[in-house]
Design a protein around this ligand. Structure first.
Ligand SMILES: N[C@@H](CCC(=O)N[C@@H](CS)C(=O)NCC(=O)O)C(=O)O
Length: 273
């Protein structure tokens, strides 16, 4: 009896599918948190391609002691999110580089986001480049400490100017940034527009963050509403992740603690147009 039971037990063990943990053990890891707009460009790709959690797990940097810990900085020397550690253990950072890797590595899984023509691809690269070169370095003026009110106001002006440049690059026909198909640029830019809408309107008092930018408005509203396509469903999900985290920042008094409300008392240009 004991022998029979143990034989059946062995057979069941052999027949049982491999536990999920062994699949996850070879999954890549994205170190990121919901409020991270740079990380969100990668999250959109991962969700849209159905890679989470079996191929890529999303975990908090606190797993490694936080972004400034020795262990984390050995993998990401700038101490920033996002960071991807591939299934073979290679650390990759800079959100646009991680995004390129994900779309390349998992090309055959889920939808493809490669645009059809060289011109469309160039427009996509240019739009993201404008954002990463001119806006990303100064976007902290909307939510971080700054050495002076003057510097903060000067950086806000740079954001305003470059939003107009992005308007000139955005497709008139939509619904996506470069036209009829979603691509990397939608992933790279959309999360930061959640910041622009929330921070410029709610914290800085702009009546309308999309003033004089009708193409960007239509594009953003489509991705935020989430109803037109599976891809828009994913961007709407990420909108929720970021928005909830920003509300928590607001409830925690972030714009007071970071000295922003105090700067807004200084007589400088804070509200556009
Ligand atoms: N150029 C980097 C910027 C990364 C970045 O600024 N990450 C933010 C979160 S979205 C961060 O980690 N901030 C914390 C810090 O800089 O200390 C990228 O695109 O990945």
């Amino acid at each position: 009896m004991a022998t029979t039971t143990s034989t059946v037990g062995l057979a069941q063990r052999v027949a049982r599918p491999a536990p999920r943990r062994s699949t996850r053990a070879s999954a890549a890891k994205l170190y990121d948190v919901p409020v991270s707009n740079n990380g969100a460009r990668v999250r959109i790709a991962l969700y849209a391609k159905g890679l989470v959690p079996d191929r890529v797990e999303i975990v908090s940097p606190s797993e490694l002691g936080g972004i400034k810990s020795e262990e984390y900085m050995a993998l990401q020397p700038k101490g920033q999110m996002p960071l991807l550690v591939t299934e073979s253990g290679l650390p990759i950072w800079e959100s646009e580089v991680i995004l390129g890797y994900v779309l390349d590595k998992y090309d055959g899984e889920g939808p493809s986001f490669t645009l059809d023509t060289a011109e469309e691809r160039a427009l996509s690269t240019l739009s993201t480049k404008v954002f990463d070169t001119f806006i990303q370095p100064v976007q902290g003026c909307m939510y971080r400490k700054s050495p002076s009110a003057e510097q903060r106001a000067a950086e806000l002006k740079v954001i305003d100017e470059n939003l107009h440049i992005l308007e000139s690059l955005c497709s008139a026909d939509g619904p996506y940034f470069v036209g009829g198909r979603p691509c990397k640029t939608d992933m790279s830019l959309f999360p930061s527009f959640v910041f622009f809408e929330f921070m410029l309107e709610t914290q800085f008092g702009w009546p309308d963050a999309f003033y004089d930018k009708p193409k960007l408005r239509a594009w953003y509203e489509y991705l935020k509403a989430g109803e037109g396509s599976d891809f828009a469903g994913v961007t709407a999900r990420v909108y929720g992740e970021i928005f909830d985290a920003l509300k928590a920042w607001e409830e925690g008094g972030r714009w007071e603690v970071q000295g922003i409300k105090e700067h807004l008392e200084v007589d400088l240009k804070w509200v556009y147009p």
